[in-house]
Write a protein that binds this ligand. Structure first.
Ligand SMILES: Nc1ncnc2c1ncn2[C@@H]1O[C@H](COP(=O)(O)OP(=O)(O)OP(=O)(O)O)[C@@H](O)[C@H]1O
Ligand SMILES: [Mg+2]
Length: 279
C-alpha cells in the first residue's frame, strides 16, 4: 500500500484581525508534500494574508501555522510562531516567493538572481552564475541576452519570468506565488501557467546537497483569480470566504458547485483577474 504523502503545511484554527476587522477567522488547511494548491476567493478575503502567514511574514493572533523543516532529517513540522529568527532563516532556505508585483530590485537581472543565493546561501559569483544561467533557461530566457539587462527595461512578461527564475535559483522545495499572472496578456498568461506547472513537476535538487530527505517533491501554493490557470493546471482549489475555508476540492467540483458564495465568485473571476495589475 502506498504511504500517504507527508504534510508540508498545516494551518490550524488561524485567526488574524487588522484594526478590529477579522480577516481570517478560523482557517484549517493541510497541504501535503507535492501538492499544487490554488487559493482563491473574492478581493480582500484574506488570500495574501493567509500566504503571508505561511511564509512567516505575519504571525497568527490565534491558532498555528506549521511548515516542514527540510533542514532536519524526516522534515518534521515546525510551528512558525515558536521559532527564533535564526531558526526561521534556516527553514526558509527551502522556500521561494514570487510576488504579485515581482518585487525585483533596482539593477540588472543578474543582480536580482544573485541576491538570495549570496545572502541566504552564502554563495559567491562563481557558484551563482551557472545557477542563474540555468534558472533563466528554465523560464525560457536566453542568459546571454538578458543577464545584464536592467530591471526597468523588462516587459511585464519578462519581469515575471525573471521573478520566477529568482525563485528557481534557490531550488526551493516550497514555492509560493501571489497572483502570478496579474497584468499579463492572455498569451503570456498561458506561458506562465505552463511554467508554474513545469516548475511544480520538477524535483528540487537542493536537498541532495544537504543530505536530508533526498527524494522530495515540490509543493506549490498559488493565490489567484485566474480561471484559465485553474483550468490548465487543475490544482486542488481552496476558496476562502468570510475568513474561513468555504470550498476545498477539484476544479470540476468547483465549477459545478451550487454554493451560494461560489457561483457569484466564479462569475466575477475574469473581472477580478483583468483588474489586477502586475506592477
Ligand atoms: N498589513 C496590513 N495592515 C492592515 N490591514 C491589512 C494588512 N494586510 C491586509 N490587510 C487587510 O486584510 C484584508 C485582506 O487582505 P488581502 O490582501 O489578504 O486580500 P486578498 O484576498 O489577497 O485580496 P486581493 O484579491 O484583492 O489581492 C483586507 O481588508 C486588507 O485591507
Ligand atoms: Mg491578494
Amino acid at each position: 500500500m502506498k504511504t500517504p504523502a507527508p504534510r508540508e503545511i498545516v494551518v490550524e484554527d488561524l485567526h488574524r484581525a487588522f484594526g478590529g476587522h477579522a480577516v481570517l477567522a478560523g482557517i484549517d488547511l493541510t497541504i501535503s508534500r507535492g501538492e499544487l494548491v490554488a487559493i482563491v476567493g473574492g478581493s480582500g478575503c484574506g488570500k495574501t494574508v493567509l500566504l503571508k502567514h505561511m511564509t512567516a511574514h505575519f504571525m497568527p493572533d490565534r491558532g498555528r501555522v506549521l511548515v516542514a523543516d527540510h533542514e532536519t532529517a524526516g522534515s518534521p513540522l515546525r510551528n512558525l510562531s515558536g521559532l527564533s529568527e535564526d531558526e526561521l532563516d534556516r527553514i526558509r532556505v527551502h522556500w521561494a516567493v514570487v510576488y504579485q508585483k515581482n518585487a525585483l530590485l533596482t539593477g540588472s537581472v543578474y543582480h536580482n538572481l544573485a541576491i538570495w543565493p549570496r545572502e541566504v546561501l552564502n554563495l559567491g559569483d562563481t557558484a551563482i552564475r551557472p545557477r542563474a544561467e540555468r534558472a533563466l533557461r528554465d523560464v525560457g530566457l536566453e542568459p546571454g541576452e538578458v543577464m545584464s539587462s536592467d530591471r526597468d527595461s523588462l516587459s511585464g512578461g519578462m519581469a515575471k519570468r525573471v521573478a520566477i527564475a529568482r525563485a528557481l535559483v534557490m531550488d526551493p522545495v516550497l514555492v509560493f506565488y501571489d497572483e502570478p499572472t496579474a497584468g499579463l496578456d492572455p498569451e503570456m498568461c498561458v506561458q506562465i501557467h505552463d511554467l508554474i506547472g513545469e516548475t511544480h513537476a520538477a524535483r528540487p535538487g537542493s536537498l541532495r546537497h544537504a543530505g536530508v530527505d533526498t527524494d522530495v517533491s515540490r509543493t506549490s501554493v498559488v493565490v489567484t483569480h485566474d480561471t484559465e490557470l485553474l483550468r490548465r493546471l487543475r490544482p486542488r482549489i481552496v476558496m476562502l470566504h468570510a475568513g474561513r475555508v468555504r470550498f476545498d476540492g477539484s476544479f470540476d467540483e468547483f465549477v459545478e458547485s451550487k454554493d451560494e458564495h461560489i457561483r457569484p465568485y466564479l462569475a466575477q473571476m475574469a473581472f477580478l483577474h483583468a483588474r489586477l495589475t502586475g506592477n
